[in-house]
Design a binder for this molecule. Sequence first.
Ligand SMILES: [Zn+2]
Length: 148
Amino acid sequence: MDNIIYLHIHRLLDAKLILLRSNIITMFDKDEIAYFARKFYDNHKHAPRLKDIQILPFSKKQVIDLFGSWSSMLRYAQLPLNRNPPLLVKCANCSRMFKKQVKEMRKSLKHFCSCACNAQYYTTGRKHTQATKDKISSSLKAHRIFAD
Ligand SMILES: [Zn+2]
């Protein structure tokens, strides 16, 4: 019974696609877009990308209007997001290997496994002027007085 209903939905949507291509109708709803996205996934073995828009029955504008973004449409259709796999990089401070998204790697030249490593890398060997040293020293002394 379920299979028959499913088959009917398929036929209905494929019919709607013909109407759309002939400019008789112009709009799909969320579930229909999700259906075509999943169909694309089955045929191409990857979730539809923005550059696949030419071969998709819906437009980018429709996706943005209905879902807010391309990735929320993929989430709605329960399809995996098209992300580059993270790459293994070496921490500039502790040399530990860790995974980083390609998108994140473009933001900096050096890679750090943690905020602590980043801070340590940039503060070690930093030269302070005598005035700064005196300030730090007197500040630490003041703390010691209050701690006692
Ligand atoms: Zn590190």
